[in-house]
Design a protein around this ligand. Structure first.
Ligand code: MGD
Ligand code: MGD
Ligand code: MO
Length: 665
């Protein structure tokens, strides 16, 4: 008899889709979206529809491997789990004895982002060992921190409430590609008369479906926000009642922060036709409420944190934060209140430890850290492709004295450098507790089938490694269910919800009073108000007032700016090159006709800068704006050219703040 098992996708998308796996004779035979789920509503996506074939594929790693060739060569031999674990355990112990625990770097990627198998899978064991702390800043941290300064969290409104907006701004987000289950809510808003404006340097699939597309230069969103706010004030669209009741520091910001800003200056900086910013401000003033959806595109820049901080000012000035369908939203992650501290157990550390930033892997491996990094233990990460400045990363990974373990589903550019490769389970083979940064449903993923081959879940693997190392602390050996209960237990938003109930239904809705942010979470800043002035920001070096920080490379210099956002058919480098995912295609670099300079459509080109180069096929199209080229991440080697450099907040990565020369090959 076929059996239906409820689960959830754990890839790093805002959608975190609920799914149903049909199992027959111990085999997963069908995968579909869970039709009962209020957000996913029965649909998955082009990336995950073939997940069962991917999971069953020939290319899966099914046994532990030991390197026999040189680093980077990719030659391995099979070994047993016992041998793999004893080898790793010995190396960890020797490293701790000689260099101390901080010479170990537990390097979690975003290949799977649930709370059991993801970032914190190894936390308890590595904390007991006194390993360095891992800062997972590669993706979204700068933007989150920016909004925390004004709103207290990056929440600001429920994305699904865009169905109640009169004007929908999709700002630095490619909804139809990286957040597709939100689109029906945008459509619903439209059906009720809402207008949709996309703000994106590139004419994406989403921009093509909008009522209007505004294409600013990358990294100028903060300037655009300042121009909009200045214009809103000029035309009398600021809402004194809201500003008085719910905000802090408005007058100081208006008098000092807006000094010198107007719509024309924003047009000029953003590379927009004169009149664009005042037109947009006019739309916002006349369409109440305006709902702004933004995600990570705007914050992969030198000033990424200030960008979201500035964008969040708009609904505070108009008072739209107080209207259903008004506000700005970046992430819903804060709504769950999951007790990640109880999951991580930092208190298990024998001594304080340093923090190593994921985005600066090359620098850390090649620099003169004390102690040096001697063991890199990576899971669900492909830094040799997805990190910035990959040539540098590879040089670091090639260090002979570095011991590297990689837990993977398939061979990647990164496994080539591993000393030991371990086979990880796929999402249909392990348990997971899954939240989302795009909706507010908590999900349980029940294992549907037994692990293939000798694959092990991350939680099993770290428990097994602990036993081999003689670590017997019950916290480290806790079961998946205990870990999940620790996460759920302390959350007020999940009060009364048991793991059993969650398992039964597959998902639960987070308890949240309905309505705009002022009536649901409120602003969770120190003052409890929306903070135009932030003493916390001042003390952390981000200025009392929000301000624009220009991009380091995107608006001036030789060649063209290059942005490298999401590919429709991959999630970062996950699935890249797999026979199931060939629709991702070969890398295509799109250039505006003004930038083609003799390069023909379809020609092979080389994009390069002082850091490196990659090849792609040129596409000459007005989908690109003048001065800004576009290629997708995941299926290209674009990160040869991106610099290992920090954004203003959280050391965020600066993928879209890049510049290259494009030449025919
Ligand atoms: N299909 C697919 N879906 C994905 C992913 C994937 O690789 N493929 N990745 C997942 C992950 S890990 C994440 S973090 C999210 C990322 O998804 P998004 O948050 O959407 O981030 P990006 O794809 O980097 O950029 C979004 C849009 O911002 C635009 N953009 C770039 N720079 C700027 C700028 O300075 N200003 C403005 N206004 N726009 C700019 C880009 O052209 C792009 O269309 O998506 C997730 N979903
Ligand atoms: N140029 C450019 N580069 C970017 C970005 C960009 O916008 N532009 N975006 C950045 C962003 S947002 C992110 S989040 C990072 C992502 O960078 P990474 O975190 O390195 O993510 P991936 O490149 O997807 O690599 C994840 C690996 O995990 C493996 N994997 C998938 N599921 C599992 C699992 O369940 N268990 C195990 N053990 N392995 C698994 C996959 O096979 C894959 O090789 O990339 C960044 N890179
Ligand atoms: Mo990401």
């Amino acid at each position: 008899m076929p059996r239906e098992v409820l689960g959830a996708c754990s890839l790093d998308c805002p959608d975190a889709c609920a799914w149903v796996v049909t199992v027959e004779d111990g085999e997963a035979v069908k995968l579909r979206g869970n039709p009962d789920h209020p957000y996913t509503r029965g649909g998955l996506c082009t990336k995950v529809n073939p997940y069962l074939t991917w999971s069953a594929g020939e290319h899966r790693l099914l046994r532990p491997l030991r390197r026999i060739g040189a680093k980077g060569e990719g030659r391995f031999e099979r070994i047993s789990w016992e041998e793999a674990l004893t080898t790793i355990a010995r190396r960890l112990r020797d490293t701790i004895d000689e260099f101390g625990g901080e010479a170990i770097w537990p390097f979690a990627g975003t290949g799977t982002v649930g709370h059991l198998q993801g970032e914190y899978a190894g936390s308890r064991l590595f904390n007991v060992l006194g390993a360095s702390d891992h800062l997972l800043n590669i993706c979204s941290l700068a933007g989150r921190l920016g909004m925390e300064l004004t709103m207290g969290s990056p929440f600001g409104m429920l994305p699904t409430d865009l169905s109640h907006s009169a004007l929908i701004l999709l700002w630095g987000t490619n909804t139809l590609t990286s957040n597709q289950h939100l689109w029906p809510f945008v459509q619903q808003g439209r059906d009720r008369g809402a207008e949709v404006i996309v703000i994106d340097p590139f004419r994406t699939r989403t921009a093509a479906r909008a009522d209007h597309h505004i294409a600013p230069l990358p990294g100028t969103d903060g300037a655009l926000a300042l121009g909009i706010v200045a214009e809103l004030v000029r035309i009398g669209a600021a809402d004194p009642t809201f500003l008085d009741a719910h905000t802090l520091g408005w007058e100081q910001f208006r008098d000092e922060g807006l000094a010198g800003w107007d719509a024309a200056r924003a047009d000029d900086i953003c590379g927009l036709a004169p009149g664009t910013t005042s037109w947009l401000a006019g739309r916002i003033a006349s369409h109440r409420p305006t709902g702004i959806r933004t995600t990570m595109g705007v914050q992969r820049h030198a000033g990424g944190g200030q960008a979201t901080r500035l964008m969040s000012l708009i609904p505070a000035v108009t008072g739209d934060f107080d209207r259903l369908g008004g506000g700005i939203t970046y992430s819903t992650g804060s709504l769950y209140g999951l007790d990640t501290e109880a999951r991580r157990r930092v208190d298990l550390r024998p001594h304080p430890v340093r923090t190593l930033a994921m985005t600066r892997l090359g620098d850390a491996l090649l620099g003169d850290l004390d102690p040096p990094v001697k063991v890199l233990f990576a899971w669900a990460a492909n830094p040799a492709v997805s990190n910035p400045q990959t040539a540098k990363v590879r040089r670091g990974l090639a260090r002979d004295d570095l011991f590297t373990v990689v837990v993977e589903h398939v061979h990647t550019e990164t496994t080539r450098f591993a000393d030991i490769v371990l086979p990880g389970t796929t999402q249909i083979e392990h348990a997971e507790l899954q939240d989302s940064y795009g909706h507010h449903f908590l999900q349980w993923n029940e294992p549907a089938v037994a692990p293939r081959g000798e694959a092990r879940s991350h939680t099993d693997l770290f428990r097994d490694l602990a036993r081999v190392m003689g670590v017997s602390d019950p916290a480290v050996l806790a079961s998946d269910e205990e870990l999940a209960s620790d996460l759920i237990g302390g959350s007020p938003a999940l009060e009364g919800i048991t793991l059993d109930a969650l398992r039964e239904q597959g998902w639960v809705e987070v308890g949240l009073p309905p309505g705009p942010v002022t009536r649901s979470t409120g602003f969770t800043t120190p003052s409890g108000r929306f903070e135009f002035t932030s003493t916390r920001a001042a003390s952390e070096g981000h200025g009392l007032l929000p301000h624009w920080i220009p991009p380091a490379e995107a608006i001036a210099g030789e060649g063209v700016a290059l942005i490298s956002p999401a590919n429709q058919h991959l999630v970062n480098s996950t699935f890249a090159g797999a026979p199931t995912h060939i629709r991702a295609g070969e890398p295509v670099l799109t250039l505006h006709p003004d930038d083609a300079k003799g390069i023909a459509d379809g020609a092979k080109v080389r994009a390069s800068n002082g850091r490196g180069a990659f090849e792609a096929t040129a596409r000459i199209s007005r989908d690109a704006r003048p001065g800004v080229a576009h290629v997708t991440k995941g299926n290209s080697a674009v990160n040869e050219t991106v610099e290992e450099r920090d954004a203003d907040m959280g050391q965020g990565a600066v993928y879209h703040d890049n510049r290259v020369l494009v030449e025919p090959v």
